[in-house]
Every structure is written in structure tokens, then in C-alpha cells.
Design a protein around this ligand. Structure first.
Ligand SMILES: [Zn+2]
Ligand SMILES: [Zn+2]
Ligand SMILES: [Zn+2]
Ligand SMILES: [Zn+2]
Length: 324
């Protein structure tokens, strides 16, 4: 590839053995505006890219993605950096004047559009092969990104779908799977871990049975712990995409890039005994955790405590919940 020779950084031949040139990429690149003929070798199944520097912008080091720009000599730059640098009037590498700004580099655009790599979560069931420049975007949303089982001394790691199967098979933890975000559900919570699997968009999954497990769903952990004065219920969303740059990640919890979720929990009891009538409700934000560091700290979440005097020893705790 011509760009590899010209770039200032160490990677002179990062695409491995010239294999990338198969299929007429280099010929096409030399006349970027000409109509492109069909390649004779449409795909190279395995292509080594030992150094991805040549696929990154020299200025910001982020993967180059179309539109890509270049100076008259051929030094490439991403569109964001190109915009920032165009007022300088000269190439950031060679200093050649760039009157009117950098020019479009269609050849490099074709190169970066051609380089794909399997998602690193392939062992967890992801068969996506995104373009190199789209890799980070895919990883931020990959539904197969793994979470850890919250079981003490259990090392199981898997996608939320795999976790569900594991919870039932290895731990026999109860899981409510019929419900949607925004729908009020009656739940029966026993001591320990309880799980709730909610369809995230009405009609997207359950209507068709979602046998492939592809519908957007959210998995929630409802932990019931016996405290001195009553049973404390805490609610988390088990989600692989936890923003580790967030301020408070000590417990592996944050509000993350996805919209925050609100939970309404209601417990009521009417009847005999000391307590004739009891009603308690809380609306609170649901934290998200990939459980990588175990169960989140209980100091960082709301504890919905149902008093022992009200429960009167009756378990499981029956409550109503809605998450949206
Ligand atoms: Zn850049
Ligand atoms: Zn230049
Ligand atoms: Zn993936
Ligand atoms: Zn486990």
C-alpha cells in the first residue's frame, strides 16, 4: 500500500505481505474518480494486520474512517483533524501548502472500508465482523459482550443470554422472563438473587417468541438480603457496557452511555396481626453493572427495606415493580 511507505510512523508495511492489494485495490486507488471494475478476488478470508498504525489518523490516533483527506503529497488525515488544521494552510507532516484545505483521499477510504476484523466477543457468540474503523462503535453496543456471574466463587463469564441459562442450570436462581420495560409486574422475591428479564421495546421480541434471543432485552438483578430490621431489596441492571471512565466505578456501577432507568417498587400489605395496613413505595434510579468486580457496593444504591414487623416472617416478599 502506498500510504504505508509515506507515513511518518513506524509502520511501513502494516497490512501484511501485500495481500491487501489483491482484488485490484492499489490499481483502483491510483485513479480514485474512475469507475471501479469488479475485483477478481473479492475477499481475502484471513489477512494479517500486525500494526494498525497505518489505519489511524496521524494527529488524533483514532481509526481513519471516510471521509479521509490528504495533502498534495499524500499525507492523510481524518476529517475532524483536517477541519481543525485547514486554517494552518500547510500539511501537518510535510508542510506543503494546502490552499483550500486537504483534498479527499478516496483510495484510503477504500482501504479502511476493506479492513474488517471479527468482534473479540466471538467466543461469547458474536459473529459480527465490523470494519476496523467501526470496531469501537460495535464494541460499545455488542450484545454479546460478557458479564460475570454474581455467584460467590463462580467464575462463569458470558453474554446476558448465556448468563440466564447458567443461572438456571448451575444455581437454580429464579428468573421472571415475561415482561416489558414500562410494564407493571407482580413479583415474588425470595432471599438471595432474583432475576428479571424484560423486553426493552414493546413488540420487538416477545411477540415473535424470540427463539434466537436477538430481541433487545434487559436483565435485572434483584438482591434480597436479610438485614437487622428487615429485608433489603436492591436492583441493578446487568449490562456489559459499563463506562469504566465514569467517576464512581469502584463497585463496577455507573449510569453509562445508555439512558438511565427508573424503577418503581411497591410493597403493600393489609390484613391481620400487628400491622393492619402497610404501604411503601420508592422510585429510584437503577445502576448498571457488568459484575466484573462482583456485586456492587450496597452503599451506592437504594435499599428498599421491608420491615420485619410488617413481613411477620412471611417470605418470599411479594411486590410490584415497573422499570422504565
Ligand atoms: Zn484525526
Ligand atoms: Zn503532506
Ligand atoms: Zn460483537
Ligand atoms: Zn455462576
Amino acid at each position: 500500500m502506498a500510504g504505508g511507505r509515506e507515513r511518518k510512523r513506524k509502520s511501513s508495511g502494516p497490512l501484511g505481505g501485500g495481500g491487501f492489494g489483491r482484488g485490484g485495490v492499489e490499481k483502483g486507488a491510483s485513479s480514485s474518480m474512475a469507475p471501479r471494475r469488479k475485483s477478481t478476488a473479492a475477499a481475502v478470508p484471513v489477512l494479517m494486520v500486525p500494526d494498525t498504525d497505518s489505519l489511524d489518523c496521524d494527529i488524533c490516533y483514532l481509526p481513519l474512517k471516510p471521509p479521509i483527506f490528504q495533502c498534495a503529497v499524500g499525507h492523510v488525515v481524518c476529517s475532524v483533524c483536517g477541519d481543525k488544521l485547514k486554517d494552518a494552510g500547510a500539511c501537518h507532516v510535510c508542510g506543503v501548502a494546502i490552499a483550500g484545505g486537504y483534498r479527499r483521499c478516496h483510495a484510503m477510504e477504500r482501504v479502511v472500508e476493506s479492513v474488517h476484523a471479527p468482534c473479540p466477543h466471538a467466543p461469547y457468540g458474536c459473529d459480527a465482523v465490523p470494519a476496523y474503523h467501526a470496531r469501537e462503535d460495535h464494541l460499545r453496543a455488542c450484545p454479546h459482550a460478557p458479564c460475570r456471574c454474581p455467584g460467590e466463587s463462580c467464575g462463569f463469564i458470558g453474554s446476558t443470554t448465556a448468563l440466564l441459562g447458567h443461572f438456571a442450570a448451575a444455581h437454580s436462581w429464579p428468573c421472571t422472563t415475561k415482561g416489558r420495560v414500562g410494564e407493571t409486574l407482580s413479583i415474588s422475591l425470595r432471599d438471595g438473587f432474583n432475576f428479571l428479564l424484560l423486553a426493552n421495546h414493546a413488540g420487538d421480541g416477545d411477540r415473535r417468541g424470540d427463539t434466537a434471543g436477538t430481541a433487545p432485552r434487559l436483565l435485572f438483578l434483584l438482591n434480597v438480603a436479610q438485614e437487622r430490621l428487615g429485608r433489603a431489596i436492591s436492583v441493578f441492571c446487568i449490562h456489559p457496557h459499563v463506562d469504566t471512565t465514569a467517576d464512581d466505578t469502584a463497585g463496577g456501577v455507573d449510569e453509562g452511555p445508555l439512558p438511565s432507568m427508573q424503577c418503581s417498587l411497591v410493597f403493600s400489605r393489609y390484613g391481620d396481626g400487628l400491622c393492619r395496613c402497610h404501604y411503601q413505595t420508592s422510585d429510584f434510579e437503577v445502576g448498571r453493572t457488568d459484575l466484573a468486580n462482583g456485586l456492587p457496593s450496597r452503599h451506592g444504591c437504594l435499599q428498599f427495606v421491608v420491615p420485619n414487623t410488617v413481613l411477620g416472617g412471611r417470605t418470599p416478599v411479594k411486590a410490584r415493580i415497573v422499570i422504565n
